[in-house]
Ligand binder design. Sequence first.
Ligand code: GLN
Length: 490
Amino acid sequence: MSDIINLTAKEIHSGILSKKFKATEVMQSFLDQISAKDKELNSFISLNDKAMEQAQKVDDKVSSGKNIGALGGVPVAIKDMLCTKDLKTTAGSKMLENFIPPYSATVVNKLEASGAIIIGKCNQDEFAMGSSNETSYFGACKNPWDTEYVPGGSSGGSAVAVAARMAPISIGTDTGGSIRQPASFCGVVGIKPTYGRVSRYGIVAFASSLDQAGPFSRTIEDSTLVLESICGHDEFDSTTSSKEVLPWSTKLNDKVEKIKVGLPKEYFEGGLDEDVKKSIDIAKDALKEMGCEFVEVSIPHTKYSVPIYYIIATSEASSNLARYDGVRFGYRANFDDKPAADLIDFYCRNRGEGFGTEVKRRISLGTFTLSSGYYDAYYKKACQVRSLLKQDFEKSFKDCDIILSPVTTTPAFKIGDRISDPITMYKNDIFTTSTNLAGLPGLSLPVTLSKDKLPIGVQLTASAFNESKLLQVAHQMEQLISFKEKPANV
Ligand code: GLN
């Protein structure tokens, strides 16, 4: 039974179909693993108390020969940024501590339509603002490889759930690296699709021009199956593309020929951390074996990606988070003993008590960069540089098919090490934010362990809507690299 938790989503699905085991047995195995491990890891904020009932329905369908869908019976863990009907959705914040959405995000509806069963809602940095999960109102989530270390963020809980075999697949959101960075820190696959591939409807908005949801899993194939389920046009999100979602999972083994892999020279200037360098070398060896050719490319605006990201993301956040005023949305302070002096006092107490420090810092920054007198100098300028960065990528993709880079500058860091130093924390996002700013698809593929026995992934980025090449190259690299390590206590 305990073997079930080590199976991939694909194996679980076919095991249920072939009646090797039942969907209820699968669900119970993962729930048992959560009971055993999650007290320490803290990767779930809440569990779905209907999960077993829903698994039973899948079993009934199997017995009566009905179609169970491409992910039928597969448990999926969902980041608490995605609305789930009748199931608490907190965004990791006191502000939404008791919020029960009346509807589900399109991603959630699509997963359920494919037969997947929500096992629970995952811990995350508050409103997805952070790189370590330490800003969550529900406490830090821990890295299963070594619980003194952060799992990364903001989708840390979703990465940990998969790494610690508490779910075979999970969903995160990525605004500036929040899927790829925790995937790298936890030794799992994490994919951020092209902006517009996945509907943002029903996902708590952080920075709407950057936010994108995507999968975590232990194999590229499993993440591909999830992408096939969640991608596609949605009438409820006008930024979704109507580009066709291809059956990517059936093409993963098609031979990739004459692939040119770009290495942006700016990413490698000044040298890399020894462990990160090792991960890049391993990736290069695999790509060489696949017959790929390496070319140097240039992304000259790389040095601006962190500053412009932190201007654009905070500006959009200050606007998106204005709705949490305690009137229609969000936490309301207790005014029984001391009534509000006026409307401003009412807002201030609701927002002052409901938001944590990092969220307040970002709202303040974003309000400043959007304010008259500073808008042109900060927000407008950042948008202009964003266009230049996008052009850098467009030029580079004339010379290559895929870009290989590190995910972060170092492997996971210790809990408490960076939380009081926001600049150091933000700098960690140098290799991931540019992908979001340019709207490109990117992923993190686990490659090796560091000298401290922590996992490290490498990042692959493709041109917009070129998921098919990205997934093929990553899948074939994965077969060659064959990263099979797992956390010791799992
Ligand atoms: N670490 C980045 C930030 O704090 C990215 C967050 C994200 O992608 N949601 O903004």
